[in-house]
Structure formats: structure tokens, C-alpha cells
Design a protein around this ligand. Sequence first.
Ligand SMILES: [Cu+2]
Length: 76
Amino acid sequence: MMEARERLVIAPNSRLQLAPGGYHLMLVAPQKALKAKDRVPLTMTLGDGGKVTFEAEVRSGTVGTKEDDGHKNMRH
Ligand SMILES: [Cu+2]
């Protein structure tokens, strides 16, 4: 079962990949309805207080399909 994490730790000289079925970001109750091709600005806060802002493109959904299996047992 997956569970929400407050933070992700990335060791020095290593990388952490966000991907379907693994660690990922979720927008819970976004302020406006999103549709494919929309671009959503997201800001991540680093451990030292720095911020990284980037845009994510919305893709057509697969909610409830096999591809989305990782979400059905999430506790968030
Ligand atoms: Cu999720």
C-alpha cells in the first residue's frame, strides 16, 4: 500500500526518480479543473529552504485503469 510522504530524501550524488508506479506528485483537490495540455506551475521546497519551480503538462487521464493501479490503495 502506498502512503503520502511529507518529504523525499535524496542522498548526495544520487538521484530519485518520480514515475508512475513509484514516487510521484499528486495534486489533491486542485483549485481549477484541469484538462489535457494545460500547463500547471508547481513549486518544490528544498531542505535548505530553496525553491524549484517548474511546469507540468497535463496528459489525458487513465484513472481506474490498470495503469492507475498504484492509486487505489493510497492513503491520502
Ligand atoms: Cu498518488
